[in-house]
Design a protein around this ligand. Sequence first.
Ligand code: PEP
Ligand code: MG
Length: 876
Amino acid sequence: MAKKYVYLFSEGNASMRNLLGGKGANLAEMTNLGLPVPQGFTVTTEACTKYYEDGKKISDEIVEEIYKNMAILEQINNKKFGDKKNPLLVSVRSGARVSMPGMMDTILNLGLNDDTVIGLAEATNNERFAYDSYRRFIQMFSDVVMGIDKNKFEAILDAVKEENGAKYDTDLTAENLKEVVKRYKELYKQEMGVEFPQDPKVQLLEAVKAVFRSWDNPRAIVYRRLNDIPSDWGTAVNVQTMVFGNMGNDSGTGVAFTRNPATGEKALFGEFLMNAQGEDVVAGIRTPQPISTLKDIMPEVYNQFTEIANKLENHYRDMQDIEFTIERSKLYMLQTRNGKRTAQAALKVAIDLVNEGLIDEKEAVLRVDPKQLDQLLHPMFDAEALKAAKPIAKGLPASPGAAAGKVYFTADDAVEAAKGRGEKVVLVRMETSPEDIEGMVVAQGILTGRGGMTSHAAVVARGMGTCCVAGCSAALIDENEKVMKIGDVIVKEGDYISIDGSTGNVYLGEIKTVPPSLTGNFATLMGWADRYRKLKVKANADIPRDAKVAVNFGAEGIGLCRTEHMFFAEDRIPAMREMIVSKTEEQRRNALNKLLPMQRSDFEGLFEAMGEHPVTIRLLDPPLHEFLPHEDEDIKALANEMGMAFEDLKATVESLKEFNPMLGFRGCRLAVKYPEIAEMQTRAIIEAAINVSNKLGINIEPQIMIPLIGDIKEMKYVKEIIVKTADEVLKEKNANLKYQVGTMIEVPRAALTADEIAKEAEFFSFGTNDLTQLTFAFSRDDAGKFLESYYDKKIYDFDPFAKLDQNGVGKLVEMGTKLGRQTRPDLSVGICGEHGGDPSSIEFCHKAGLDYVSCSPYRVPIARLAAAQAAIKDEK
Ligand code: PEP
Ligand code: MG
């Protein structure tokens, strides 16, 4: 049987999300539940992928299926597409597997032309409405399908409003709107060189293609990368019978959540606009009314709506985000989906649903997006500093958290300031649109002058966990002049402001922020997560302060202490440089003697912070270029310190420069050439462990880790130095302390020969940063420059340094683990590359049978939750 590419709503259901997209599957489900859904059909995600495979063409068979389903839709509605008397109009909307708010395209009122607009006016006895719909359609079609700048249309609309003394769009009469339509069509012809298409079938196919194309627009590509959405999923297209919220004052449209998406509180939350179409609410053109006031305007519709909202929430067992339209006092459901929410709300909703008996603990653990937890780990305003501050304005508390930064008025300026100059940025816009996505990503906070709680800025900021104050109408924002006026206060580009996304307050200047507390719902859910996860979670930490943060976040040890990081500080780097440039063993030992006490006290601090939690300390792994002095002045100072001639030292520095430092003299190669370095470090570790064990009366068992091993003989050589030194120190101090010697697996050869390496190594830790670099032959320091092109050309969807390449690097991880355990069945295996804090990579580590992941302290909670989700999914 030929493949089916188009499904009527009545043919689908909620489980068909991969094929029908989220929106399509839920429209089908609502149809099955008997809810008032304007009927329609879904062109599948497979049709989208086929469109791309066929060189961006819709095949004849798909076109035929679309027309066939259109004919069925005509029967259902008893209207005809393109009919002069009784025209059927449809909306065409994107809908991927997971919702990507505002990323892709929507076209409403499709099917209107110079004839059907007259039919629509007659059929509804409302000429004003018909022309209002037509002008909206021309604008959307021209913008979305043909790429004509929508500002040109806005300018015409504004001109007609001004000519006729109209304040709002709703003040325009039918005659005014006819004039708008006339000018819109002229503009279209001028821009495109042809008339606006009058054939509804042509309009339909062009719109479907435009939605397919929108899957690959730049903002969707950025959004996918941020949200781990593969590029080969494609989007479905929903063609749905239009219902009209702009038919007069007994019509309207709105969006509502079954619980508050900012706090999680159980109460209907949302807003609507009378006499408007959907895009008016989201675009923030007029400020909408809260949903509760619908009760007074249309009590029956309100009651029906709340009943349906409850039904949907119970059916999906999750908070729903619902779009609806009221056409002449009749309610229609246009969409339902699991609502996007802040992390705070996600925790509360998940826990409340357990308490309400709708889901169990495991399901609750699966309900919270690990990456979202990040929001809770972000700063709030310092209470004292806040007391002294006076808000200059108040907007809507659209996405919680606190932010302070320099004001920029365009996304481009924000990106330049944040990325180019490392500034903290608050993006201030009249309203945001999807083109602003990159500016929003780099911003600490977002402030808009217009728009409600479901405006683009609010929805996107919540998703990203960025603090946002929306709809701050007191702020008069001039994006061209790059200035904002709030009362008498003038804020120019580059001035500091602070915003509070939990209260909506806006402050002048920079208010100090503090880390949040981790109790309440956060602690409850993390407790559940810990109950189910199998992977242990450790932290990468080099200094006691970070170690304490990590323990606070629930770290069960330190999986990686990078000892070279201890020497970046200004007062320490000279001794480190001295060690590196030493020409003789004596010089080097001299420098090492200076480093020893520093190291020992660092390690003592770490052991004290971690108590009996295991601490893995890695021997020095300094890519030389990061430590060598570059400036003559630094070389002079160092030469002085070492009693050497400047020229002599400069020549040494030159001789140490490498063409490929990342493949150079680093890692265990240092210890092979200069064993005294490993000796000093081992001594520092063992002495620190003895001291702290004695001080705290506990048994510390340090784990000493060798970096960049690629060969068993290399491992054996360095291990022998460590063991010899450690045993000497123990003997000297008459101490009895256990220690382990293990290795990083970060050179592909180590993974390939892991069975041999495990003969010497007592534990493995995958260094997937280097393993990725060396497997791909991508320089960690330079790959960013060309990876963008790889994303654009869809060669890669993700940065392999952020998300583990499971098919390639992952194979080495699996193989290394398996081979290692063949030799040493109880071998402890973990990961300490950046991937250790990435949820999808953590799921992979769980499946590969690793014992632990180790990540930066702020990612520890994320890793705990991701590890629990991996275990629960696995069990299922
Ligand atoms: C690694 O390579 O993954 C690793 C953890 O080591 P580093 O990042 O210090 O090279
Ligand atoms: Mg490494």
